[in-house]
Ligand binder design. Structure first.
Ligand code: MRU
Length: 367
């Protein structure tokens, strides 16, 4: 069981079986490590919708691989791909990488000459999306590590305390992660780092995924309940907050896992820098105002009322609420750009604003 190293990937083609894509069933971590087979685009849809895979970049990659599986199915590959694309787009509304990946594959299909073997074409692009994502995360790491180096210098080498929310690690991407890449690079450079890991209710991506992968990579970390961050910041225990994002508008508003906004408010009140690490595939160049334009996914009440854990070594699910308790379950919130100190992208770090983003991505000015 591992989540480390150059060779780690969260999604791959099954060796010796090009009709099957494999993923880690993240619903079962950290108590079980199970590799799950996707044999049809419908399997891919279920994996995205029911969060076997999650995290914006990995959701996008899984959609691309699902379209490959669609092209393998049915008498008419193109019809199957278009049908799958339509269904996949509805599976998780907030993470914009899903639409980005589907649009990229559909553009490929549109350009293909009649008679082209679509499955081969999409296979190559799904692989490329994954390879590119790894390089993007690596670049986010090389830019973001400068922030941690600067804090370390300022503290004369004392421990740099980073707070993160949800899982924006290797498991949310193909490898390295977005928020975690600078941390992994800092560790490689010998910087003394420690990560405060927000539990991240209700799905516990912090306690069940981030803590697991930081442990696998020997990164010192401590799990905290979601409400502890403000207290730690008031007492000087947090040097920097780094989160990921599921969709960032061209003006720098950041949608991320529910609770991110409260961390940004606490950081602002305590002069703690609040950074968001993101691949450009997570920028929604078509939206400006996050509060009104980003759809916020609402998920099943059972995510709030039922907890996953272990009893006597056996993974179990238990209901923690009184039966019938009314529940609402908003999965994401929006942090306004004014609360974001900076965006860490694969092209560098910029202000969370249209000017900042266009400075790094000038080719998007006309979009
Ligand atoms: O609901 P999830 O687990 O798919 O949400 C993912 C997140 O919100 C993460 O915090 C992450 O920052 C975005 S993906 C790198």
């Amino acid at each position: 069981m591992a989540s480390r190293g150059e060779d780690f990937r969260t999604i791959w083609l099954k060796p010796d079986d090009p009709t099957t894509v494999q993923i880690i069933d993240q619903r079962l971590l950290p108590h079980e490590y199970h590799v799950h087979d996707l044999r049809s685009w419908q399997d891919g849809l279920v994996a995205i919708r029911d969060m076997y895979v999650r995290g914006a970049p990995l959701i996008g990659a899984t959609a691309a691989w699902s379209l490959y599986l669609a092209a393998l199915s049915g008498a008419n590959s193109e019809v199957a791909v278009r049908e799958a694309a339509e269904a996949l787009l509805k599976s998780r509304p907030t993470a914009v990488n899903l639409r980005w990946a589907v649009d990229r594959i559909l553009a490929l299909v549109d350009r293909a000459a009649p008679g082209t073997a679509l499955a081969e074409l999409i296979l190559a692009d799904a692989q490329a999306i994954c390879d590119e994502d790894i390089e993007i995360s690596r670049s986010i790491g090389t830019h973001g590590v400068a922030l941690l180096e600067a804090i370390s210098r300022k503290k004369s080498g004392a421990t740099v305390n980073i707070l993160t929310h949800c899982n924006a690690g290797s498991l949310a991407t193909i490898n390295w992660g977005t928020a975690t890449a600078p941390i992994y690079f800092a560790q490689q450079r010998g910087i003394d780092v420690h990560v405060w890991v927000d539990e991240t209710r209700p799905r516990n991506q912090g306690s069940q995924l981030t803590a697991w992968e930081l442990a696998a990579n020997d990164v010192p970390h401590t799990l905290i309940v979601d409400n502890a961050g403000g207290h730690l910041m008031q007492h000087g225990q947090v040097d920097i907050v780094i989160t990921g994002t599921d969709r960032t508008t061209r003006c720098g508003d950041v949608a991320n896992k529910i609770g991110t906004y409260l961390k940004a408010l606490a950081a602002h009140d305590n002069d703690v820098p609040f950074y968001v690490a993101l691949p450009s595939t997570t920028i929604d160049w078509n939206s400006r105002d996050g509060l009104t334009e980003i759809p916020i996914e609402q998920r099943d009440a059972a995510e709030v009322s039922v907890a996953y854990g272990v009893i006597d070594g056996k993974p179990v699910h238990v209901r923690t609420t009184a039966a019938g308790t009314p529940i609402s379950n908003f999965a994401f919130d929006v942090t306004p750009a004014r609360l974001v100190t900076g965006l860490i992208t694969e092209r560098g770090i910029c202000e969370a604003s249209e000017v900042g983003l266009l400075g790094l991505f000038p080719e998007m000015a006309a979009s």
